[in-house]
Design a protein around this ligand. Structure first.
Ligand SMILES: Nc1ncnc2c1ncn2[C@@H]1O[C@H](COP(=O)(O)OP(=O)(O)OP(=O)(O)O)[C@@H](O)[C@H]1O
Length: 646
């Protein structure tokens, strides 16, 4: 279904350096950096909440340590000589301290939960915003490079890791402080008891890291596979695929594919579970031996008379406390390690995005641009063998309709993207000209230009334009996100694009959501979507309007009307770059450029191009016109000649 296996893409994992990054040493080094990243995000989001969490955790540690000291006091009083009521009375103050400390721990734990609950969503938002802002600034052409695409895609999985890492950091801090408290008390009871704690901790830590690494490697290897399964399942519920799913039986094929692909995933899950069980067993055995050693040493100290019984009792409680904290620490470290790997991916994606970002500054464009000049431009898509554009030179003057014509794949859309500044040419130059004098205009080359200024001058209606599954209003006002939505502009744009009547017919007018399934949701037709898209470029009100097959879904009357409306834009000095296979519409264009396999092969107005015997434009026009019996095809002309000769 996907033309072959999608798993075990080891090369890419190695290429990204993920395996190197995952070494224990690398991760140990990365931990402070990642925690700092999370803490910084938390600090910027909500300082008071962060301070609250830190204080609550430190307070809990202190209270636990005092609690243990109090336990020691209680046990010492109880194991002392004398009558029982007397011993109980002596234990009372320490018991009160113990009760107060327990209450403190409970209150501080609740406070920490409340504060981290407040902080976590804010941290997630901060990191997600950083990631998505960075990704949307990447040069379009960079997103076409598989290596970049993969890093950017992998970064998506770590955006909520920051949130989880914050929760885990709090948990780890809590466990660590608890262990330090118990360790300090243990060391003060007898210095030999402390190293035994390490013996219990180390195997568990080793097991946790090993399992997390294994899970992560598996996730990276199977990333394409998981994506493919998700997209496959998505088709099953997508409204636009619904007809073929039912009528063509495509659903059965997809479900079969899902079954086969899931079987491979399940096998991998089984492998992981077996490996994890194996690792856990080894870690627990080693840790168990160390715990046995700790209790053995305690026994030896007690029997040898080196330690009073009461102190031995406190030591047992301290060891139990610290091993409970240790279990929680190991569990959380395991998850932390995995989340950290994911967050590292996000950080790497943000860094990669920054390296490929559209520059945020550049030369100012002239206030009024009189022409875009394309000079000997070639462009090859990343990974492609042949250029999509090959030494193309042309000019797009202000206030004209310029048509780009050519067969499928001849390079029209690519040229439009270059004109819009969305892609930079591989070779050649694109000049934006204006101001100065007619002989010596101000010229800014697209690579030097402030691209934000350039984009402000452009409105796009692509072949595959987005159908925003939002309100009818947003579908139009999203055309100009720089300013708050303007009702008057909205009405004018809708009227100018012949879209007002569509909105009148919607159950909730402008507030209707143009997709079913929401409360105010409704479905609109393909042509109605296209009219909303036209209204969107009207709303944008840019000097250069680039439209790619703008009437593909419109009925004949609407199509004729739409081309006329686009033509009328030139009366406001707007330039229209029109890509269409409907050559009746290009007949009225001011200038037509004809592309063939990436090269510019003809140009001129309709009359000039039709006068060119054997020309590409002429043959395409005639072939289309012949469908309506307007012009005889070449074959018909030849037949006619044969008939008249005979
Ligand atoms: N994202 C891409 N990555 C790689 N190659 C691409 C990409 N987009 C287009 N191409 C290739 O570049 C060439 C020009 O494509 P382009 O979309 O510009 O043609 P077009 O003239 O607009 O075609 P159509 O009339 O079918 O819309 C084609 O060979 C196409 O396969």
């Amino acid at each position: 279904m996907f033309g072959g296996k999608l798993r075990y893409d080891q090369a890419y994992v190695r290429h990204e350096g993920a395996l190197i990054r995952m070494s224990f040493w690398e991760m140990a080094q990365a931990l402070p950096r990642m925690v700092a990243l999370v803490v910084r995000a938390a600090w910027e989001a909500d300082r008071r909440a962060l301070a609250g969490v830190v204080l609550a955790e430190l307070g809990q540690g202190l209270a636990s340590a005092y609690g243990l000291v109090a336990v020691n006091g209680v046990l010492t009083s109880l194991f002392a000589g004398g009558p029982t009521p007397e011993r109980l009375r002596q234990a009372l103050p320490a018991l009160v301290v113990l009760a107060v400390m327990s209450m403190c721990v409970a209150v501080l734990a609740a406070w920490s939960v409340a504060m981290s609950g407040r902080l976590e969503p804010q941290v997630e938002r901060a990191v997600s915003t950083r990631y998505y802002t960075a990704v949307t600034r990447v040069e379009l052409v960079a997103t076409e490079e598989p290596a970049v695409q993969r890093v950017l895609e992998a970064g998506k999985f770590g955006t909520d890791s920051a949130r989880r890492m914050l929760g885990l950091s709090v948990g780890i801090a809590n466990a660590l402080i608890g262990m330090v408290a118990a360790g300090t008390v243990l060391a003060s009871l007898h210095p030999l008891l402390l190293p035994t704690l390490l013996g219990v901790a180390l195997p568990k830590g080793w097991g946790a890291v090993r399992s997390a690494r294994r899970e992560y490697t598996s996730r990276r290897h199977w990333i394409d596979h998981r994506r493919a399964i998700a997209s496959l399942l998505q088709y099953l519920t997508m409204p636009h695929a619904g007809a073929e799913i039912r009528a063509h039986g495509a659903g059965e094929l997809l479900l079969r594919g899902y079954g086969e692909m899931s079987a491979s995933t399940e096998a991998e899950q089984r492998r992981l579970a077996r490996a994890q069980a194996h690792t856990d067993l080894i870690a627990s055995a080693l840790s168990g031996v160390a715990a046995l050693g700790a209790y053995g040493m305690l026994w030896w100290l007690l029997t040898g008379g080196g330690m009073p019984l009461a102190v031995g009792g406190t030591a047992v409680i301290a060891i139990r406390n610290s091993t409970a904290k240790l279990s929680s620490l190991v569990m959380q470290l395991n998850r932390m390690y995995e989340e950290m790997l994911l967050l590292t991916d996000t950080q790497e994606a943000i860094d990669m995005a920054a390296r490929h970002a559209i520059p945020e500054s550049g030369a100012d464009l002239p206030e009024v641009v009189n022409a875009i000049r394309v000079d000997n431009v070639s462009f090859t898509y990343p990974g492609a063998e042949k250029p999509a554009l090959d030494a193309v030179s042309l000019s797009v003057p202000r206030g004209k309709v310029i048509a780009l014509v050519g067969a499928n794949g001849s390079g029209k859309t690519t040229l439009a993207k270059i004109l819009a500044g969305l892609m930079l040419p591989g070779e050649g130059r694109v000049w934006w000209e204006g101001g100065g004098t007619a002989d010596d205009p101000v010229r800014v080359e697209v690579r030097d230009a402030d691209r934000r200024q350039l984009f402000e001058k452009v409105a796009l209606l692509g072949q595959d334009y987005p159908r925003w599954q939002m309100s009818a209003r947003t579908n139009i006002t999203i055309g100009d996100a720089r300013v708050p939505a303007d009702g008057e502009r909205l009405e004018t744009a809708a009227r100018d694009a012949d879209a007002r009547h569509i909105v009148d017919g919607l159950p909730h007018g402008w507030d209707s959501i143009v997709v079913k399934g929401y409360e105010r949701g409704t479905q609109i037709s393909g042509g109605q979507w296209q009219k909303l898209a036209h209204a969107r470029i009207r709303y944008r009100g840019a000097a250069f309007v680039l439209v790619d097959e703008p009437t593909s879904a419109l009925d004949p009357h609407a199509e004729i009307e739409t081309f006329a409306r686009l033509r009328r834009l030139t009366e406001e000095d707007t330039t229209v770059v029109l890509i269409t296979h409907r050559l009746a519409a290009t007949a009225t264009a001011d200038h037509i450029y004809v592309l063939d396999r990436g090269r510019l092969v003809e140009d001129g107005d309709h009359g000039t191009l039709m006068g060119r015997e054997g020309g590409l434009y002429r043959s395409m026009y005639q072939a289309q016109a012949a469908q309506y019996d307007l012009v005889p095809t070449q074959a018909e002309r030849t037949d006619g000649a044969v008939e008249s000769a005979s």
